[in-house]
Ligand binder design. Structure first.
Ligand SMILES: [Zn+2]
Ligand SMILES: [Zn+2]
Length: 123
């Protein structure tokens, strides 16, 4: 599928392609792939975790207007790029979520003062 997908997206796509897989199995598979380092999880909003096939450690920019998720290069490119200042704690990874307005929504707001959400749009 590519890109950033929720477990619901993956379950939906499997259903469309005719695969019979319980939702719980999708979550378990994603969790296994994640612990094997083959899938990366991005916590991009309230209750929304998106997964993607990972090849390079990176961060995410989430647009607060349209909800789009854009990859942001990590300055060090390896984990952890930040250390938690907790005595005796060993930081394994630090994921940064940047929030703001994406380029296309910035463009939109120049011409139109208010942007109404499209009826029925999910993201
Ligand atoms: Zn946007
Ligand atoms: Zn990403």
């Amino acid at each position: 599928m590519g890109g950033h997908r929720s477990a619901e997206d993956i379950a939906g796509e499997l259903k469309r392609s005719g695969a019979r897989l319980a939702r719980g199995s999708v979550y378990n598979s994603v969790a296994a792939l994640r612990s094997a380092g083959l899938v990366m999880a991005a916590d991009t909003g309230p209750g929304r975790t998106l997964y993607e096939a990972s090849d390079m450690w990176h961060h995410h920019f989430v647009c607060r207007v349209c909800g789009s998720v854009t990859d942001v290069e990590c300055v060090t490119g390896e984990k952890p790029c930040l250390e938690a200042e907790i005595p005796s704690a060993r930081t394994e990874e630090a994921q940064v979520i940047f929030r703001g307005v994406c380029p296309s929504c910035t463009e939109d707001s120049r011409g139109v003062a208010t942007r109404r959400p499209t009826p029925g749009a999910r993201r």
